[in-house]
Every structure is written in structure tokens, then in C-alpha cells.
Design a protein around this ligand. Structure first.
Ligand code: ADP
Length: 275
């Protein structure tokens, strides 16, 4: 008997080869948009929260689900310290800045490390998508954990995702993983709405653009995979400050240049899905 050499891709195939998934919509919502990144620290949660707020400014009903089970950011980004209420059947999302919010971080204390195994992640996601009383949402923005792990798989296989936006910085090291992410979503037949280049440049006091992490690589990757390039978001000190303060920049300063970028993207999403 000859032994067949197997690669990691063979073992992954068992997990990701498309079959006929029975994908359920998130109850109480029209459109589910996931925000994903291959690497941590590229600004995915910041993007998810500002995009949700920008959609809210367009008079849409919006929710945000922080699906980053291992490292939830929503409690900090939206400065939410209270625990959600439950009627014994369903958990009520917490309303903040006009957005319906849910995060595993609302249920645990900030210092507790999250040690979850695959099946526990799956059941947490089921709870958040089927047992939260989201109310008449036009859009729910799902902040995915970084990478290509259990949460992405569970979401893509079991939940009806209307699209995913992939966030990256323009560094080669981040883009390697982005390519992996694109391939994963393609295999799972999830519609990739496009790629966003975050922290693309910094404008100095001299008014000049400094492409600190390099230039053009995210757009190049989008073209390589025939995906839309949704634009650049510069490095702005106020973005970080607002995040730390628990009031994202779109809420804090709607007239800022960064907020205008988010409003523009939100408008495009509205046109694509609602009218
Ligand atoms: P991720 O969700 O990918 O781990 P975060 O959204 O937590 O990343 O962002 C990581 C850090 O980068 C945070 O301190 C955030 O405030 C900061 N950040 C994100 N985007 C920008 C930006 N465009 N300009 C400046 N700082 C940013």
C-alpha cells in the first residue's frame, strides 16, 4: 500500500469544501455585512463601529454584533459597561448612539481571558444570531475576529451573510493573510464586497502625504482577485483618541474628513442593498 502525502490544504478541504449550506438569516435583520481582516490590529473593529454609525446617520436601523469572541472590542469602543437584559428566552441588545449592540464582552468582565473551544464558539454565535432580539434592522454589521478560524467558518456556513468587507493595512505581511482570507470566503461562496486600505497614509504638518506602510498594495491585491477596491482611510490621531474615549469619530465629529469617508461608504452600501 502506498501512502499518500497530505498537505494542510487537504485537511482544510474537509472543513471548507462547499456543500449545500442551510444558511439562516439573523432574526430581526434584513442585511448582514461582515467586517473581516486577516491580521489583528489593522483597524477592523474601528472600521466596523464607524461604518455602523455612518449607516445609522443615513436614517437606517443598524445593529453591530461583535463576533470577536476571543477579544471583544465593542464594550470599549462604544463605552458600554452595563449588562444586557434577558426575558429568559432572548437577550436584548444594548442601544448606544442609536445602534443596537451585542458583544460577548457585555457578559464577561474586561480582565477575563476568553478560553473557548470550537464547539463553544459555534454555540456562542448561535446565541448571538438566533437568541438576541434585534429589532427591525436594515443592516447588522458583524465584527469578525481576525484570521480564518472557527468563527469565520461558522458564520459563513450557518448564517446568511450578504457580503463581507475585508480590511487591511498596506503591509506585505498583512496582505499575505488577506489573500488567504479572500480564498476562504470564495470557497465558502460568500460575496466579497471589496477591500479597504486602512492606515494608508499620514498627512504631516507640512501637508504632505506619508505612506508609512507602503503604497498601493491593497488596491493591487483587490485587482489581482477581481474584487472592488473600496478606498483608503488615512492614519488620523483622532481616530485612535475617539476609540479610546468610547465614542467613535463618526459620532464624535461627523464633519471630519474621516467621517466623510465612512458616510460615503455607507451611502454606497445603502444604494447597493436598499435602493
Ligand atoms: P483590529 O480590530 O483590526 O484589531 P482596531 O480597530 O482595534 O483593530 O484598531 C487597532 C488600533 O489602531 C486602535 O488603537 C485604533 O484606534 C487604531 N486605528 C484604527 N484605524 C486607525 C486610523 N485610520 N488612524 C489611526 N488609528 C487607527
Amino acid at each position: 500500500m502506498t501512502n499518500k502525502k497530505v498537505g494542510l490544504s487537504d485537511t482544510m478541504k474537509a472543513k471548507t469544501t462547499p456543500k449545500t449550506y442551510r444558511r439562516n438569516p439573523i432574526i430581526g435583520t434584513k442585511y448582514t455585512i461582515a467586517i473581516s481582516s486577516a491580521k489583528g490590529g489593522v483597524g477592523k473593529s474601528t472600521f466596523a463601529s464607524n461604518l455602523a454609525l455612518a449607516l445609522g446617520k443615513l436614517d437606517l436601523k443598524v445593529g453591530i454584533l461583535d463576533a470577536d469572541i476571543y477579544g471583544p472590542s465593542l464594550p470599549k469602543l462604544f463605552s458600554i459597561n452595563e449588562k444586557p437584559e434577558s426575558d429568559g428566552q432572548n437577550i436584548k441588545p444594548i442601544n448606544k448612539y442609536g445602534i443596537q449592540c451585542m458583544s460577548i464582552g457585555f457578559l464577561t468582565d474586561e480582565q477575563t481571558p476568553m478560553i473557548w473551544r470550537g464547539p463553544m464558539v459555534t454555540s456562542a454565535i448561535k446565541t448571538f444570531t438566533q437568541k438576541v432580539s434585534w429589532e427591525n434592522l436594515d443592516f447588522i454589521i458583524v465584527d469578525m475576529p481576525p484570521g480564518t478560524g472557527d468563527t469565520q467558518l461558522t458564520f459563513s456556513q450557518e448564517i446568511k451573510l450578504d457580503g463581507v468587507i475585508i480590511i487591511s493595512t498596506p503591509q506585505e505581511i498583512a496582505l499575505l493573510d488577506v489573500k488567504r482570507g479572500i480564498r476562504m470566503f470564495e470557497k465558502l461562496k460568500v460575496n466579497i464586497l471589496g477591500l479597504v486600505d486602512n492606515m494608508s497614509y499620514f498627512i504631516g504638518d507640512d501637508g504632505k502625504k506619508y505612506p508609512i506602510f507602503g503604497e498601493g498594495a491593497v488596491e493591487k491585491t483587490a485587482n489581482e482577485f477581481s474584487k472592488k477596491f473600496l478606498g483608503q482611510i488615512p492614519i488620523d490621531i483622532n481616530v485612535g483618541k475617539c476609540g479610546d474615549k468610547g465614542k467613535p469619530i463618526v459620532e464624535e465629529d461627523i464633519d471630519s474628513d474621516i467621517s466623510k469617508i465612512y458616510l460615503n461608504l455607507a451611502e454606497k452600501l445603502k444604494q447597493e442593498f436598499i435602493n
